[in-house]
Design a protein around this ligand. Structure first.
Ligand code: ATP
Length: 361
């Protein structure tokens, strides 16, 4: 009895410390804590590897302050969110990255976000469904590659920088795909999803075609999406289109997990002056209007474009760059938002294990 009451106190104090750390309620963090003899195991339901040590020390200090000397370990386990559509083999969570307007930096954001999720310890894939301009192959440095197939029915995804990828751009010349009508485009997306031999993935990021027309709507309906991220610039025109994107996802009951404002400002590399080229705070205002988290406000930065063009995105090429840190913060916030806002499914039968030919990265 004595021990169980003491154990309860330790778990309560740890839940409170975690709640303080993440600005949550203790009833949300209690289930992450498990007391085993003299140590406390915390299992986060989202990816945040870069924070594990800090969190462990934070909770240890809080426990010590309340008179408990306990070793704390932190790990993470990402579950599948429940979706209406049947899940895809081996993929726990599919997240669309979308934009109402073209050219706002959706693909650049999608690929860096995917790599940031990977840096935070998640197993990640990216599916480039942007039929109008599939740019992921260039950004991953393998534009001339194509997925191999041993049975002419299934494709091996390509691997780059610790993530796996498939793209319409690996399969058909861009001028062919760009003139596809809606049904062909959405059939192609479904095929890419179903016929790729995905290894076990915590997250598959889908880079959607820009816009909010029939093609995008059908795609959003056909894929078991557990959420979407909408990318916009602060400019009124882009924000108005991003708003249409939010409405589109609401229509098909896909929760928007957050917004990313890209090209928020330009900081002069010579004098440090900040210029808000595409207007100011449009993304923030949109996030406030819809009660959505603003996951990041990214500057217009030459190196973000240059690394993407060179075939190794910034997050992979420059792990210590402050912008990489911004992407990692956005990745942790996105992962946490998904874990806390959606019920996880009890049934993970679709997670079968990695294909024999795949060596986990
Ligand atoms: N924050 C940024 N700083 C500098 N350049 C950027 C930034 N974001 C994107 N770019 C550049 O802007 C161009 C368009 O970006 P990207 O292809 O990611 O946009 P998109 O929204 O996916 O476009 P599309 O509508 O064609 O799909 C690219 O050349 C990219 O390198």
């Amino acid at each position: 009895m004595f021990f169980s009451r003491k154990g309860d106190k330790i778990t309560q104090a740890a839940s409170q410390a975690l709640a303080d750390y993440f600005s949550l309620e203790p009833n949300e963090t209690e289930r992450w804590c498990k007391l085993e003899k003299d140590s406390l195991a915390i299992t986060l339901p989202f990816c945040a590897t870069s924070q594990h040590l800090t969190i462990a020390h934070y909770v240890e200090d809080a426990l010590q302050a309340s008179g408990h000397r306990v070793d704390v370990t932190v790990t993470q386990h990402i579950q599948s969110a429940h979706t209406k559509q049947p899940p895809i083999r081996n993929i726990k969570n599919i997240i669309a990255v979308a934009s109402g307007k073209g050219g706002v930096g959706k693909s650049t954001t999608a690929v860096n976000l995917a790599l940031a999720l990977r840096q935070e310890g998640a197993r990640v894939g990216i599916l480039d469904a942007d039929i109008y301009g599939p740019s992921i192959p260039i950004m991953l440095g393998n534009p001339d590659a194509s997925p191999s197939s041993s049975d002419n029915k299934h494709m091996q995804p390509l691997e780059a920088y610790g993530i796996v990828a498939n793209s319409i751009g690996y399969l058909v010349p861009q001028e062919d795909a760009a003139v596809w009508r809606g049904p062909m485009a959405s059939r192609a997306l479904k095929q890419l999803l179903d016929e790729t031999l995905w290894p076990v993935l915590d997250y598959l990021i889908v880079d959607m075609p820009p816009g909010t027309g029939d093609i995008q709507l059908t795609m959003a309906q056909q894929v078991p999406l557990c959420g979407a991220v909408v990318v916009t610039t602060p400019q009124d025109l882009a924000v108005a289109d991003a708003q249409k994107g939010i409405t589109m996802f609401n229509k098909v009951n896909v929760p928007v997990l957050g917004l990313i404002e890209n090209m928020s400002y330009y900081e002069c590399t010579a004098c440090g002056h900040k210029d808000t080229i595409f207007s100011e705070a449009g993304g923030e205002a949109l996030a406030d209007r819809y009660g959505l988290p603003l996951l990041a406000a990214l500057p217009l930065a030459t190196r973000l474009r240059a690394y993407a063009d060179s075939g190794e995105p910034l997050v992979s090429a420059q792990p210590d760059d402050p912008l990489t840190n911004t992407f990692c913060e956005a990745a942790r916030a996105l992962s946490m938002q998904l874990a806390l806002s959606q019920p996880a499914t009890e049934n993970e039968q679709h997670v079968k294990g990695d294909p024999i030919s795949f060596k986990p990265v």
